[in-house]
Design a protein around this ligand. Sequence first.
Ligand code: SF4
Length: 301
Amino acid sequence: MRRTQPLVRAPRDMTCPMLEIAEGCTYNRCKFCGIYRNYPFKLYPMDQVIDNIDEIARKATLLTRRIYLAGGNPYGLPTKHLVEVFDAVEERIPQVNSYGGFCRILDVKGKSDSELRLLAERGVNDLDIGAESGLDSVLEFVEKGHTAQDVIEQGLRLHDAGMDFTYFYLAGLAGAGRGIENAIASAEAFSKASPTTILVVCLAPVKTWPLAKDIESGRWVAPTEVEMAQEIRAFVEHLDCKTTVNCSHDSDVIRFEGGLPADKEKMLALLDDRIPKIDERYARMMREMIHGGSLGKAATA
Ligand code: SF4
């Protein structure tokens, strides 16, 4: 299999095979993302996709039930094309009955209700969706391309189609001093969408992101580690829906997972206990070590 783009996937799907049907991201403009910046979107010809499927088939076992479509937003491709890919997969690996991958909120918006239902029937489930925030000024500043209303409406459409889905919440995205405002607005929007899972990730800016220019000019100042943890606390506190909150990404300084509403008090108690113990310098050093990133001109703790 020819591999060029970085193969990124959510922790839940670390063990399932990744199938490349395209390269990059059709949007590629979010200020906080550089994953596919050097990979202009490219659709792979079907014969190359078949080669890729054949390679997965050679290693498949009876337990190979789920395939993760690689790339920034493979579900932005036309539904007809996705169905052709699924047919080709199941012809060669008949036990496959589930498909995951990253998806933009606007990819969902671009599909009709009947297309979403068809994809759900074909096994598309547990999509990983970078909602990131539910505060319009933040979404606009980072050029995310969707609005808080889209976060709500497209989540509800996925529910109607019968799909589970994960929304990513990107703590720190609003910059220093705006974490709580971002958390409260996002909790409201996310609650209305009620994603099956919310994956909390902390922003770890790197110099190659477009956001670096805003850091340099002072238009955006990185929050401290403590501020990001307080933001996560406010986000969890204000969530009002049935969901699982997973805060165990390697960017998260305080790690936990719990179901809402049952575990809310436990999660808040854990955060209240751990936040005062955060060692700002150590936490930042760990973040930079893991991500090779730099928080630039972070606000002082
Ligand atoms: S949509 Fe996703 S992959 Fe594409 S630029 Fe934004 S964050 Fe990166």
